[in-house]
Design a protein around this ligand. Sequence first.
Ligand code: FES
Ligand code: FES
Length: 166
Amino acid sequence: MLKLIKMTVNEKPVELAVDERESLLETLRERLGLTSVKKGCEVGECGACTVLVDGEAIDSCIYLTVWAENRHILTVEGLRGPNGELSPIQRAFIEEAAVQCGFCTPGLIMTAVEIVGSGKRYTREELRRLIAGHLCRCTGYQNILNAMERIVEETYKTVGKEIPGG
Ligand code: FES
Ligand code: FES
């Protein structure tokens, strides 16, 4: 059964009729052309399909699009600056050589956005646990953690203190 859904995707209002069984992964990738959202396991195990819903990282393969009604969705495509420039998190991944084949990268970047958004200063061990829901088939975890650690430190120094409740 089709349902008319209104949501915001990368700061743009979107209105479309979706099947009630359609996953947010299918809607974003196949209907809206947001191919940064990767289709991996499709059972919530690999993290490749991670996007933010109202600031919270979720596996879009096990999240129904109808649940996104009136919510704000953010994907990697929405991180670009007004002139197409990369975000600091994307730059950190490149500079720390945290990208190999790149399949896991968009999902990890979206989790990094959530982590950085908290304003907290996480230890490497805490970061390791926070990315435990992501599988990297190329196994470049050390460089991924280097990038995460770097962006968390840079953000923390910019903000200067932990954000209360973050
Ligand atoms: S494709 Fe969604 S968690 Fe693997
Ligand atoms: S860089 Fe290839 S899966 Fe992670």
